[in-house]
Design a protein around this ligand. Structure first.
Ligand SMILES: [Zn+2]
Length: 203
């Protein structure tokens, strides 16, 4: 399956939307301009879907352990507006919050993405697979003062972001991705290799 490159502006949108109410889950859509690219990573040519935008849902019901569309017609309006404006819907994202900050996709998550695909397919956006990004979030309190800023490192399953939002607190966020392909009333899950750019380099 294709690897995924999250553009830096999209990373900033994802991070700020999951930290807005960091102790509750957030969800939204991931979009791209139609732009499959090939980049050289670790001396290999890698085909990448590049993610340009993230749209956080405003009308979702959020709790510490799950998030869902409280307003079904509002979520259809989001799909309708993306379709009308010719944006490519690639999938969605949601957060998993400490102490439930696993970077694994649950069966409930898979079920949710299948229903999202159904909404898209019933409203003009034809999709045969869905990318779901999971952002696992943990808050940190520091005893010694740190510089405000952020750092990103790649790891075998995705990217790890450490963002210091204050001198004595910050967040660790892991981003991992899964491709969900509907099959026989259920789905096949494939881990997506997730990359982003940091300091001008792909990581
Ligand atoms: Zn989940």
């Amino acid at each position: 399956m294709e690897a995924v490159l999250i553009e830096p502006d999209c990373v900033a949108a994802l991070v700020s939307s999951v930290l807005e109410v960091y102790n509750k889950e957030t969800s939204g859509y991931l979009m791209s301009r139609p732009n499959m690219t090939v980049k050289r990573i670790d001396r290999k040519d890698v085909k990448l879907v590049s993610l340009s935008y993230a749209y956080p849902f405003q009308t979702d019901k959020r709790t510490p352990t799950y998030v869902f569309h409280k307003n079904r017609t509002a979520s259809i309006r989001v799909v309708d507006s993306l379709y009308a404006m010719g944006v490519d819907l690639i999938g969605g994202f949601h957060s998993h919050i400490y102490p439930h900050d696993t970077a694994l996709i649950s069966d409930n998550d898979v079920d949710y993405t299948l229903r999202e695909m159904l909404i898209a397919n019933n409203n003009g956006i034809k999709m045969d697979k869905w990318l779901e990004l999971i952002l696992a979030v943990k808050k940190n309190e520091y005893k010694t003062k740190r510089k405000i800023g952020y750092e990103i490192k790649g790891f075998e399953r995705g990217v790890k972001i450490n963002v210091n939002t204050g001198e004595d607190n910050g967040f660790d966020i892991k981003i991992v991705g899964y491709w969900i392909i509907p099959k026989d009333e259920w789905a096949i899950k494939r881990q997506a290799h997730v990359y982003t750019k940091y300091n001008g380099k792909i990581c």
